[in-house]
Write a protein that binds this ligand. Structure first.
Ligand SMILES: [Zn+2]
Ligand SMILES: [Zn+2]
Length: 131
């Protein structure tokens, strides 16, 4: 993992902003794994996405839901008030999206029962370890 100060936000900030580099202030972390049995879950890898202050704020609020495809690392935001469906998750991890495949592989959280409903931030994990 590179130093956070050298990272920029990898989330989508809207059309024609991909050339802009927004300094990252935190990492969004998502463990991916599979269930072996009722008691055993295997974490294959952690998805670690540098995020900026603005995105961190949106991920902790109630107005936005982030769709993140871990096949191609593309992302987009849904403004919940304008969405047809009611989203209560801050992040939905997609296995495949229109950017990388015609085939939608599903939402990841439904496959991994140990997944926390809360959004993970590296800085918060670090705080927990100290306490
Ligand atoms: Zn951002
Ligand atoms: Zn994709």
């Amino acid at each position: 993992m590179a130093s956070l100060s050298e990272e920029h936000c990898e989330l989508n900030h809207g059309p024609e902003t991909s050339h802009l580099f927004t300094p990252a202030i935190d990492y969004l972390i998502q463990p991916f794994g599979y269930t072996v049995s009722d008691v055993e879950e295997v974490s294959v890898r952690d998805m670690i996405v540098p995020i900026c202050a603005e995105c961190a704020k949106a991920l902790q609020g109630n107005e936005w839901t982030l769709f993140y495809c871990f096949e191609c690392n593309s992302s987009h935001w849904i403004y919940r008030k304008h969405a047809r469906l009611r989203y209560r998750y801050n992040v939905l991890w997609l296995r495949g999206c229109p950017e990388c495949t015609k085939e939608f592989g599903g939402l990841y959280f439904s496959d991994f029962k140990g997944l926390p409903e809360e959004t993970y931030f590296l800085s918060q994990q670090a705080v927990k370890k100290i306490v």
